[in-house]
Design a binder for this molecule. Sequence first.
Ligand SMILES: NC(=O)c1ccc[n+]([C@@H]2O[C@H](COP(=O)([O-])OP(=O)(O)OC[C@H]3O[C@@H](n4cnc5c(N)ncnc54)[C@H](OP(=O)(O)O)[C@@H]3O)[C@@H](O)[C@H]2O)c1
Length: 239
Amino acid sequence: MKESQRYQGRVLVTGATGKTGQWVVKRLLHYGIAIRVFSRDREKALALFGKQVEIVDGKIQSSSDIARAVKECCAVISTLGSSAVTGESSPGEVDRDGVIRLVDEAAKAGVKHFAIISSLAVTKWYHPLNLFSGVLSKKWEAEEHLRSLFSKEGRSYTIVRPGGLKDGEPLLHKLRVDTGDRLWNGFINRADVAELLVISLWLENAKNRTFEVINESEEPQKSLEQCYDALPPDFPKIV
Ligand SMILES: NC(=O)c1ccc[n+]([C@@H]2O[C@H](COP(=O)([O-])OP(=O)(O)OC[C@H]3O[C@@H](n4cnc5c(N)ncnc54)[C@H](OP(=O)(O)O)[C@@H]3O)[C@@H](O)[C@H]2O)c1
């Protein structure tokens, strides 16, 4: 199958101007997928991507801006991330409320798949990273909202919880995946996280999965598709 035939339909990328988001755009372009970027800074997005992507500018605090951005998109990939303790770029505003607003508008607009970067240790309220305005707990709340809304009515989601993010090319490491938030540390290239998010668009066994991921060893990979092979679906939960 040609790379360009793997996924038909427009994908909205939020957080595209960030380090991981730029990799998401690169990997979507690699697969020939139509891209719309939602950014608060049109000039920045234009300088980074030029005419390769469609740009919709707006604020993550505005439901109507988000509604304009998700219109006629088949999927959303979000790599949004907070960068300040308070204000419009705080964890509460971006990692929780911004993502929840995005999930709600995407569901209303008929988006079929929603893939998002979260974090290792997101369920651990006592983790030191939570000293940064409760960032992990805010991400967890957004995860829960996504799981509840996109596991229904023909929709699906993928939640990737990476370890510490590093720069570098994709497909240079064998990855270790796990579920249940049991990994305490480890690193992974942003480019590999981007690849996992992008291939979740068309892999059936990436649908409705929440998982942790870190580097296992330096070892060139032809594809990251096998990372999804052994992952159990989030539902139905065995109690
Ligand atoms: N750093 C780590 O080791 C690590 C580990 C695990 C998980 N993560 C998570 O991984 C994600 C991506 O990380 P990264 O390093 O790629 O992040 P990044 O480079 O800081 O990118 C964050 C993106 O979010 C956007 N953003 C921030 N505040 C916004 C707001 N108020 N309104 C709209 N957009 C806003 C930024 O837009 P602008 O370009 O306009 O600023 C940027 O596009 C984050 O959620 C982060 O928490 C990070």
